[in-house]
Write a protein that binds this ligand. Structure first.
Ligand code: MV4
Length: 446
């Protein structure tokens, strides 16, 4: 049993993890930057250690500082949350060297899935459908063009170390291929110091459907259904929901089985997400695997009843999964709206500052994950997401209605937020009819 866990994160996810630990009777250590002295996670944990200046590179990304805090407080394990060090294999190795349990997958697993071209190859071999395209890595524009010819235009050129849309270009024809390849490759070399590329057939206006899985040290893997994350802006998710209106029970079974196959093929351990693209004809293709807990995990918790953070901790302690696949009965419909301190009227520029007053709604099927409070000052150094509003209804229409009334009651005074923008999406006819693809925001809010 872990006696004490250090949370290597900040904001709502740090608070979420502290709460799970407290329920489990595990002591908590918060780490905080100089800008987060008054932060909620700093105040809620049993102990708190300052790990450096405001800039993330000197605090939340400072491995030595965090490991020192862990050793000094005698914590047994580290939960990384998402972002920051959550997918840093070097950090996982350092934890191991210090005899600290990293609550997540192994360093080797993070590297294996972080290499998108290798992950693609692994999935092809495991019989998980991938977008038609290259099997081997591509390094050279001329060779890439030959392969693109075979795949058929339009194609998508992607960086093997990419993700979040970086190092990615569409090529419409042989005429623009080499230029696009070179631009994408240069972006990859500059951003990730890696010139490894791969090429896929371009899927027009897909849906982003991801499956949550949990896997233990004994090879048990369970899938907890999907999340439809098609509503995105510049590769940042804005609204997530489960189930997806695009899936029939049969397709859900098929995609869920593919997600389990994917996790089993690599011997995955911990909570993870298999991302798929779903095309107009309901073909699904493996995109990438996220080897961490994700921002939108509460949507799955609402429909499955499984506490994913507790499950991650339990798995890391060496326990078998607390549930079997047959025991998972997904119920109702959950929606999450990400609340950001940003100004949609001015190109979504971040709006840090002092929150004068907060009122958080509640009620049946309403959950708000946040770390803000009245008088809290949002520092300018980090992500602009300040709250997640998650609702659960018997069906999608009830969930949408509940989200609208919940957002209507939510008060965050003093800073500009995207709440009105969220409202507009919820009121959109295409959103309400479930006609959502990844081009939803560009299409409706140009
Ligand atoms: C694609 C695609 C179309 N065809 N791949 C964007 C981020 C990265 N994880 C994968 N992405 C895409 N890959 C092929 N072959 C379209 C996207 C894409 C996208 C995917 C999911 C959610 C939002 C998106 C927005 C633009 C493009």
């Amino acid at each position: 049993m872990f006696r004490k866990i250090l949370i290597a994160n900040r904001g709502e996810i740090a608070v979420r993890i502290i709460r799970a630990c407290r329920e489990l009777g595990i002591k908590t250590v918060a780490v905080y930057s100089e800008a987060d002295r008054e932060a909620l996670h700093t105040q809620l944990a049993d102990e708190a250690v300052c790990i450096g200046p405001a800039a993330a590179a000197q605090s939340y990304l400072n491995m030595e500082s965090i490991l020192s805090a862990c050793i000094a407080t005698k914590a047994d394990a580290i939960h990384p949350g998402f972002g920051f060090l959550s997918e840093n294999s070097r950090f996982v190795e350092l934890c191991e060297k210090c005899n600290i349990t990293f609550i997540g997958p192994s360093a080797a697993m993070i590297d294996k899935m972080g290499n998108k071209s290798e992950a693609r190859k692994t999935m092809m071999e495991a019989g998980v459908p991938v977008v038609p395209g290259t099997k081997e890595a591509v390094y050279d524009a001329r060779r890439g063009k030959e392969l693109a010819e075979q795949i058929g235009y339009p194609v998508m050129i992607k960086a093997s170390s990419g993700g979040g849309g970086k190092g990615m270009r569409v090529s419409e024809s042989p005429e623009d291929f080499e230029e696009n390849f070179k631009v994408a490759q240069l972006e990859s070399v500059r951003g990730f110091a890696d010139n490894t590329m791969y090429i896929e057939k371009y899927v027009q206006d897909p849906r982003h459907i991801e499956f949550q899985i949990i896997a233990d040290k004994f090879g048990n893997v369970v899938q907890l259904g999907e999340r439809d994350c098609s509503i995105q802006r510049h590769h940042q998710k804005v609204i997530e929901e489960s189930p997806s209106v695009a899936l029939t029970p049969e397709l859900r079974e098929e995609m869920g089985a593919a997600a389990v196959r994917a996790a089993k093929a690599v011997g995955y351990e911990s909570a993870g997400t298999i991302e798929f693209l779903l095309d107009k004809n309901k073909n699904f293709y493996f995109m990438e695997m996220n080897t961490r807990i994700q921002v939108e995990h509460p949507v799955t918790e609402m429909v499955s009843g499984v506490d994913l953070i507790k499950e991650m901790i339990s798995i890391a302690q060496g326990n078998p999964l607390s549930v079997k696949q047959e025991e998972i009965h997904l119920q109702g419909h959950a929606i999450e709206c990400r609340i950001n301190a940003e100004d949609p009227e001015h190109n979504f520029r971040p709006c840090p500052g002092v929150i004068r007053q907060v009122h958080l709604p509640g009620g049946k099927g309403v959950r708000i994950d946040t770390a803000v409070y009245s008088g809290y000052e949002i520092p300018p150094y980090y992500d602009s997401m300040i709250a997640k509003v998650i609702v659960h209804g018997r069906d999608r229409s009830e969930a949408v209605d509940k989200m609208r009334s919940t957002l209507g009651e939510l008060i965050i005074d003093g800073v500009t937020t995207n709440v009105d923008f969220q409202y507009e999406i919820l009121n959109n006819e295409d959103f309400q009819s479930g006609d959502i693809t990844t081009d939803f925001i560009p299409k409706h809010f140009a």
